[in-house]
Structures are given as structure tokens and as C-alpha cells.
Write a protein that binds this ligand. Structure first.
Ligand code: GNR
Ligand code: NI
Length: 172
């Protein structure tokens, strides 16, 4: 097990498209376990591979609260195969955009097809926070951040502030 370093914007690794995983082997399972450990440590409700510097189609999620049992979800090569007409607004955050939050409108319900930690193909129909988090993580695998869904004015303010914080050595 290991805690991994989280990449902060702006960084080209967060803007690249991710390659599919061709085989679920021990190395991928180790990576999933390390990503879950890193996500729980922060804590966050999701983490995608580009956020730890890897452009591969892997993400982990857990929307359970501190009183509940952990409910880890591992997504390999996820695709959204259905979205609802109805929309939902959530105030989103991102571990790669630390301390910035904005409302994002997305489909309320999604069905996602993916390969799980055991290499089995699965489908989940999600709504509420899980649907939002799944869409947020799949966006990361396409090089999309939540700030790409808000106005360019708000996005540029956030990215400029992050650049400055990096330059001053306040964040890495
Ligand atoms: O921890 C996270 N919280 C969150 C809140 C609302 C919508 C999406 C998220 S995902 C985020 C972790 C993260 O950056 N995943 O990529
Ligand atoms: Ni994120």
C-alpha cells in the first residue's frame, strides 16, 4: 500500500486523453488499492489516474460518509452508456483544484459500463452524488476538469490563482 502524490492544475497530465487498460493484472489491482488509500487519506470521494500522473482509464470512488461502511468502487475503462434528460446541480470540488468549488450542471442519472477490480464487466445505474462523481471521474479520463463546465471567466480566475500558488511554492 502507498499514498500517492496528487497532481494539481495546471499540469498537462490532467489535460491528456487516457488510454484503455488492456489487462487487469496484479499491477493494476495494486494501483487501484494505492489510489483508494490515497483518496481515503485526503479524504476525497473519487480519484482518477491522471490525478496521480498516469494517463490510463482507471478511477476509484467512494461516496459513503464517515458513519457508514466503506463502499469502494473501482472503474476500469468506464463508459457512460445512458444519461437522463433531467439535470442536477452540485457544488463540485476537485483534489487537483484544491479549495475551489463551483456549481456544475450534469445529467441527474447515468448508467456506466466498466471493468471492475476482478476484471469483470459491470454496469451501475447511478443518481445523486454517485452520478455526479462518476461523471466527474470519467471527465478526468478525457482530460476534462469541472472548471471546463463553468464560465471561462471563472475558470481562468481559478487557474491563474493555482498557477500563482505553484509559483510561490505554496502548492506542488
Ligand atoms: O472529493 C471530491 N469531491 C467531489 C465533490 C463534488 C463533486 C465531485 C467531487 S470529486 C472530488 C475528488 C476528485 O477530484 N476526483 O477527481
Ligand atoms: Ni477531480
Amino acid at each position: 500500500m502507498a499514498i500517492l502524490k496528487i497532481v494539481k492544475a495546471p499540469d498537462p497530465v490532467l489535460k491528456a486523453r487516457c488510454k484503455p487498460v488492456v489487462k487487469v493484472n496484479g499491477a493494476i489491482q495494486q494501483l487501484l488499492d494505492d489510489m483508494l488509500e490515497t483518496m481515503y487519506e485526503v479524504p476525497g470521494i473519487g480519484l482518477a489516474a491522471p490525478q496521480i500522473g498516469l494517463n490510463i482509464q482507471v478511477a476509484v470512488l467512494d461516496i459513503s460518509n464517515e458513519k457508514e461502511e466503506n463502499n469502494p468502487v473501482c472503474l476500469i475503462n468506464p463508459e457512460i452508456i445512458q444519461t437522463s434528460e433531467g439535470k442536477n446541480t452540485y457544488e463540485e470540488g476537485c483534489l487537483s483544484l484544491p479549495d475551489f468549488y463551483e456549481n456544475v450542471i450534469r445529467p441527474k442519472e447515468v448508467t456506466v459500463r466498466f471493468i471492475d477490480r476482478d476484471g469483470k464487466t459491470k454496469e451501475i445505474k447511478a443518481d445523486g452524488l454517485l452520478a455526479t462523481a462518476i461523471q466527474h471521474e470519467i471527465d478526468h479520463l478525457k482530460g476534462v476538469l469541472f472548471v471546463d463546465h463553468i464560465s471561462s471567466l471563472k475558470r481562468n480566475i481559478i487557474l491563474r490563482k493555482l498557477k500563482k500558488l505553484k509559483k510561490e511554492g505554496i502548492i506542488k
